[in-house]
Design a protein around this ligand. Structure first.
Ligand SMILES: C[S@@+](CC[C@H](N)C(=O)[O-])C[C@H]1O[C@@H](n2cnc3c(N)ncnc32)[C@H](O)[C@@H]1O
Length: 183
């Protein structure tokens, strides 16, 4: 009986993960492809995060990057924006269970390109940005961020912003990431 229960739970989780991958691949602008811990560490290190930072992960998936920013880098606030309902829910549960520090966080289940007023208000405070999305998306987000007319740092994993020379390039085993200081 217990074995049957375990198999049903495990099977449902595998199904949800596969469903999310197919759903985000065809209905979101970028598929759910989480970055591994080693690459997350490299990307967050270059941002030199501190307790003064308001950090955002555009397309925050299961919240693993937000958790690292809060727990290992002690950011003041971490904001996640995730379109997929299942990943957004998973990240909220994951953060609730695994983060007990003083930094605050919020995951918005929203489309990055159709932000609510509340999300826009929250984003007006950001100082550090992380993106692991397709080139056309990161270019569009970058243009939106420029409208804030405030300095910020960005790290883009795998794909660079077009036409903007990076402040530094982070060499990875599989792919490079790109760091920019803006303003
Ligand atoms: C490559 S994954 C990155 C996940 C996580 N940030 C990481 O680095 O591990 C991209 C994520 O962006 C989300 N996404 C794609 N298009 C989006 C959109 N328009 N608005 C919000 N989230 C989006 C996907 O659902 C997926 O979870």
């Amino acid at each position: 009986m217990l074995l049957f229960f375990i198999l049903v739970v495990a099977g449902s989780l595998v199904f949800l993960e596969l469903f999310t991958f197919v759903y985000t691949t065809y209905l979101c602008d970028a598929p759910y492809l989480p970055l591994d811990k080693k690459n997350i560490d490299l990307a967050l290190e270059v941002l030199q995060l501190s307790g003064n930072d308001v950090f955002v992960d555009f397309g925050s998936g299961d919240g693993r990057v937000l958790l690292s920013a809060l727990r290992e880098h002690g950011v003041k606030r971490a904001i996640g924006v995730e379109k997929d309902r299942y990943q957004a829910l998973k990240s909220k549960i994951f953060l609730k269970l695994r983060y007990k520090g003083y930094g605050t966080y919020c995951v918005y289940r929203e489309d990055i390109f159709r932000p609510s007023t509340k999300l826009l208000e929250d984003l007006s405070q950001i100082t550090a940005v992380y993106m692991y999305l397709f080139p056309s998306m990161i270019d569009r987000i970058y243009i939106q961020l420029l409208e804030q007319k405030r300095p910020f740092r960005i790290v883009c994993c795998r794909y660079s912003l077009s036409g903007i020379p990076p402040t530094s390039v982070i060499k990875g085993e599989e792919f490079d990431s790109y760091y920019y200081e803006i303003g």
